[in-house]
Design a protein around this ligand. Structure first.
Ligand code: GTP
Ligand code: MG
Length: 219
């Protein structure tokens, strides 16, 4: 649960020295590799043991984009159905989602549409989504072809990556692409004077240290 486990993001989360803060959620069925994906990205570690996430947890990572310091607050949600009420409460205010399935698990792929509906139901309209087929290192046990993944992503209007937390394939690329898409959307919305971005109306905070209104994101 966030209250019990937020400690491991605490030191960095108290660091106010950044230009933008993006809240990102990783969602998808249990065991698809969400926690592994986050650990690979944040700590460059991987463990074959499966410890199913209880509730929700987060890690913080700071990256640079065109001299801007972007703090990523990455929330790792439990895939198990019994935590759904808790996890969907965190969708609000998220600027990006990594929607994950396991290429060796047909059921996790079939659930993607439902996860996408959950995003539409509980999140901000402008939230950006990347579809990720994880465990691409397990090609021998593959049940979902890359083409099916791509077709579904096109149908849903998401970009798509196959990745492996284990072999460190496309992990960093997934996060960086999501950040780029969020930045692009942010620039477009600022140009259009979207009130959710410029702060004229209550909406997700794109930054905790807001740039002056109408200033383009330099990402
Ligand atoms: P919940 O917390 O229950 O929602 O599951 P999760 O999506 O966080 O799954 P988790 O990251 O705990 O991974 C489940 C199992 O899959 C673990 O045994 C991992 O070691 C394994 N796993 C995760 N990613 C990969 C991968 O890229 N390749 C392989 N071969 N195994 C992986
Ligand atoms: Mg987990």
């Amino acid at each position: 649960m966030a209250s019990a486990t937020a400690t491991y993001g605490q030191k960095e989360s108290s660091d106010q020295n950044f230009d933008y803060m993006f809240k990102i959620l990783i969602i998808g069925n249990s065991s698809v590799g969400k926690t592994s994906f986050l650990f690979r990205y944040a700590d460059d570690s991987f463990t074959p043991a499966f410890v199913s996430t209880v509730g929700i947890d987060f890690k913080v990572k700071t990256i640079y984009r065109n001299d801007k310091r972007i703090k990523l607050q990455i929330w790792d949600t439990a895939g198990q159905e019994r935590y759904r009420t808790i996890t969907t409460a965190y969708y609000r205010g998220a600027m990006g989602f990594i929607l994950m399935y396991d290429i060796t698990n047909e059921e996790s792929f079939n659930a993607v549409q439902d996860w996408s509906t959950q995003i539409k139901t509980y999140s901000w309209d402008n939230a950006q989504v990347l579809l990720v087929g994880n465990k691409c290192d397990m090609d021998d046990e593959r049940m979902v072809s890359g083409d099916r993944g791509r077709q579904l992503s096109e149908h849903l209007g998401f970009e798509f990556f196959e990745a492996s937390a284990k072999d460190n394939i496309n992990v960093k690329q997934t996060f960086e692409r999501l950040v780029d898409i969020i930045c692009e959307k942010m620039s477009e919305s600022l140009d259009a004077g979207d009130p959710a971005i410029t702060g004229a109306k209550q909406g997700p905070q794109l930054t905790e240290q807001p740039a002056p209104p109408h200033q383009d994101c330099a990402c």
